[in-house]
Design a protein around this ligand. Structure first.
Ligand SMILES: *Cc1c(COP(=O)(O)O)cnc(C)c1O
Length: 373
């Protein structure tokens, strides 16, 4: 196929650059969610989601929600925590903070650990807190903290949780489909994610993958109608969604899951991301740019956070790169003026990275030269 001259390369962490196949799936014939064809589509996507990580297929089921990734995280927190217990949240970025905010909004009084966005999981503190307070049965944590690009060490967290019989509820919104999630060994109650990050679908559908046993047990302390996972699960098992779903987004996710399978599944996608990220990171280093996190091994393979040179404003950098059809992403809150972020999820190739680095080099050159302001 000839290269599309209008193709935009989204280097933000979702929504992502679409493949032609996923885009075309949104133009399938119109469909009502009460038709049998929709029931087939929904069943296929729900099965496809649990099969992304084959170890999940036995004991877990997927519940679809129409909303963004936050809807899935909120549904997980609202539906899978009992009122008499005390959830623990680990906060080393914006998304950990968001979980704490969600829990407080739903009337919980979570124990919130960690406040340094540049730090790894505070495992010793977590261990001590689980030993000290027996009401804490569940730990909520972000897998890939998109704020910085850190891949939190959930293998180590799993060891701590297993030692105390605690369960994990994980925001895998920006890692599902692109990083390892150990459904066999980690003591998972549930993970939450979205169609439009590492799965390469479009925004509109989010989902929770939870243990069937928990989905089959109504939770009287759930304080949401729309986000009640048990009710949504029961309806979806009968192939009749409770509410109007984002039909076209589901058609796109169906195609995206098919593509993921054809390309070799999550591990193949992970290897592809790792190849792109390595090329990107060595290109950035050659330009003299510094990563935000000191330890290069702290990064996953999905996103790179880069210190913004003093001579450069994010807005200028964004505008110049957009002229070359690249979209980059700013830092959040206190990191806004300090960093920019480059995600390599979506339908991207090494050729995109190899065009991006010289485009970035050209902007850096222009802003350094005294003749330009
Ligand atoms: C993108 C993201 C979310 C959800 O963001 P939405 O804007 O609601 O899709 C949640 N957690 C993480 C780690 C994310 O990267």
């Amino acid at each position: 196929m000839p290269a599309d001259p209008d193709r935009i390369r989204l280097l933000n962490p979702g929504p992502v650059t679409l493949s032609a196949g996923v885009r075309a799936a949104m133009l399938r014939p119109d469909l009502c969610h009460r038709q049998p064809e929709f029931a087939d589509l929904m069943a296929r996507v729900r099965r496809g989601l649990v099969e992304v990580y084959p170890a999940a297929a036995q004991e877990f089921a997927a519940v679809l929600l129409t909303g963004s990734g936050t809807a899935a995280v909120e549904a997980m927190a609202a539906s899978l925590i009992q009122r008499e217990t005390r959830p623990m949240v680990i906060r080393n970025g914006v998304y950990g903070e968001r979980i704490a905010h969600i829990l407080a909004t739903h009337g919980h009084e979570p124990l919130v650990l960690g406040d340094d966005w540049l730090a790894p999981l505070p495992l010793e503190q977590i261990d001590a807190a689980l030993a000290a307070d027996k009401r804490i049965r569940q730990v909520l944590v972000v897998h890939h903290e998109t704020t910085t690009g850190r891949l939190n060490d959930l293998n180590a967290l799993a060891d701590v949780c297993l030692a105390h019989g605690a369960r994990m509820l994980v925001d895998t919104v920006s890692s599902f489909g692109g990083e390892a999630i150990d459904f066999d060994r980690w003591p998972l109650d549930a993970v939450s994610a979205t169609a439009n990050k590492c799965l390469h679908g479009v925004p509109g559908i989010a989902f929770v993958i939870a243990r069937r046993r928990l989905l089959e047990t109504p939770n009287p302390s759930c304080a949401s109608v729309y986000l009640n996972l048990q009710n949504n699960y029961a309806a979806q098992e009968k192939t009749a969604p409770l509410f109007t779903p984002a039909v076209q987004a589901l058609q796109a996710l169906d195609a995206a899951l098919d593509e993921l399978k054809q390309l070799g599944g999550w591990a193949a996608r992970h290897n592809h991301y790792a190849t792109l990220a390595r090329r990107l990171r060595s290109g950035l280093a050659d330009l003299g740019l510094q990563p935000l996190l000191d330890d290069p091994a702290a990064y996953g393979s999905i996103l790179t956070s880069v210190k913004l040179p003093d001579s450069l404003s994010f807005d200028l950098l964004f505008d110049r790169l957009y002229e070359q059809r690249f979209v980059i992403y700013p830092g959040q809150r206190s990191l806004f003026a300090k960093i920019f972020r480059i995600a390599n999820m979506g339908d991207l190739t090494l050729a995109d990275i190899d065009e991006f680095i010289p485009a970035l080099a050209a902007v850096l050159d222009q802003t350094k030269s005294p003749s330009q302001s």
